[in-house]
Design a binder for this molecule. Structure first.
Ligand code: GDP
Length: 365
């Protein structure tokens, strides 16, 4: 372009040649490759071959709230079911700081070194509230996260405990079909989630600590009653004697509980997850329990009971969801609630009205 300012006669500032703008979009950037969409049969084929990428994608479908994802997920699960059920399922609980991550890393590596394939799943219904799962951070299990035969999956983060637990249970099926012979289901030992974990595992392990004052304080009786094994962590250095003492206290306390249906008397062991001490003994205890309950029939009985439990849980979930998402119910629920709060109708009448409305609406649709 001609600039009069650049004339030799001109005394003012000259105009330099400009440079063209750099493109705002990098022309070298390749078009993003779209993730391949598998059919349910392709998913199943991949899972049965032990393809971890496909397994992970299938688990994502299980966890998804989208209707079409759920449809595909259910089809995959159904096809995987005949190939599932052959693993040892172990529930692991303990309050935050008890050493769950450290211990799972140590137990897990022990099993991997024995040639087993391990999936570590979690149930953490609080994760939605705390924005990001506390049981989700892979770096918590340093060695395992690098191990070829380990699959670590954080807790599904959506919604209610029932929903989260169901997804974890379905994930167990997929992992087993993919050839994982040991499943850990981890949960924080502070609330309701233990019951959910207990309803999907064969062996329930409670991690405890010694040297925190009154050893039995703060442990919910219910959780202790569910435990098939209590293991006292951090039995290392100065803490060994304290851990032994705590173990004795737990053993005494366990004698006060009614005998378990399995006929198995829970064991109490001490160990150190950090220093890798006493890990072998924990696994021996679990093997002993498996042999014992397989022999007396309790193992199969419990798995059947669990299957029944999950059938009713699914029915209840579906009923609840259909009810609350029913358009007629959605329209009237708030209003009816207000009527109850104003003492215009009783809770029972209100409930009956809502149920009638729901059932009429169902039969009309
Ligand atoms: P989590 O919250 O239950 O997952 O517990 P972590 O595994 O994160 O452990 C909590 C803390 O206890 C960490 O600082 C660990 O290093 C420590 N810890 C875990 N296991 C042991 C152990 O066996 N001995 C000792 N001395 N410390 C441990």
């Amino acid at each position: 372009m001609e600039h009069p300012e650049n004339d030799i006669q001109y005394k003012g500032l000259k105009v330099n040649e400009g440079v063209s703008d750099v493109p705002t979009i990098n022309p070298y950037l390749k078009k993003r490759i779209k993730r391949k969409e598998y059919t349910p049969s392709e998913f199943v084929e991949g899972i049965l071959k032990g393809n971890i990428t496909i397994l992970s994608q299938a688990v994502t479908l299980v966890e998804s709230a989208k209707y079409e994802h759920q449809q595909t997920a259910q089809e995959i699960i159904e096809k995987c079911l005949p190939h599932a059920g052959k693993s040892v399922r172990i529930g692991i609980t303990g309050v935050p700081g008890a050493g769950k991550s450290t211990s799972i890393d140590a137990f897990g590596m022990h099993l991997i070194n024995e040639g087993r394939k391990l999936a570590v799943l979690a149930i953490d219904p609080s994760s939605e509230r705390s924005k990001g799962s506390i049981l989700g951070d892979k770096t918590r299990m340093e060695a395992l996260s690098r191990a070829k035969n380990a699959f670590i999956r954080p807790s599904p983060s959506a919604g209610s405990l029932g929903g989260v637990a169901r997804k974890t249970r379905e994930t167990i099926v997929l992992c087993e079909a993919a050839g994982f012979d040991t499943i850990f289901v981890e949960t924080v030992g502070v609330g309701q989630s233990e019951t959910a974990v207990h309803s999907m595992v064969d062996f329930f392990l409670l991690i405890q600590l010694a040297g925190t004052g009154d050893e039995l304080q703060g442990i919910k009786r219910g959780i202790m009653e569910m435990a098939d094994g209590i293991i006292i962590n951090k039995a290392d250095g100065d803490n060994i004697e304290k851990a032994k003492l705590a173990a004795a206290q737990f053993r005494n306390a366990l004698h006060l509980f009614p005998p378990a249906e399995s006929g198995w008397f829970p064991k109490v062991l001490t160990y150190s997850g950090y220093y890798n001490l006493g890990i072998k003994e924990i696994w021996e205890m679990i093997n002993e329990y498996m042999a014992f309950t397989k022999k007396n029939g309790y193992f199969d009985h419990k798995r059947n009971e669990q299957a029944k439990y999950w059938m009713y849980e699914s029915i209840n979930d579906t009923l609840r969801e259909t009810f609350y998402h029913n358009p007629a119910v959605e329209k009237m629920l708030q209003f009816t609630e207000q009527q109850v709060l104003r003492n215009e109708i009783s809770s029972f009448v209100a409930a009956k009205r809502m149920m009638d409305l729901f059932l009429n609406n169902l039969s009309n649709s």
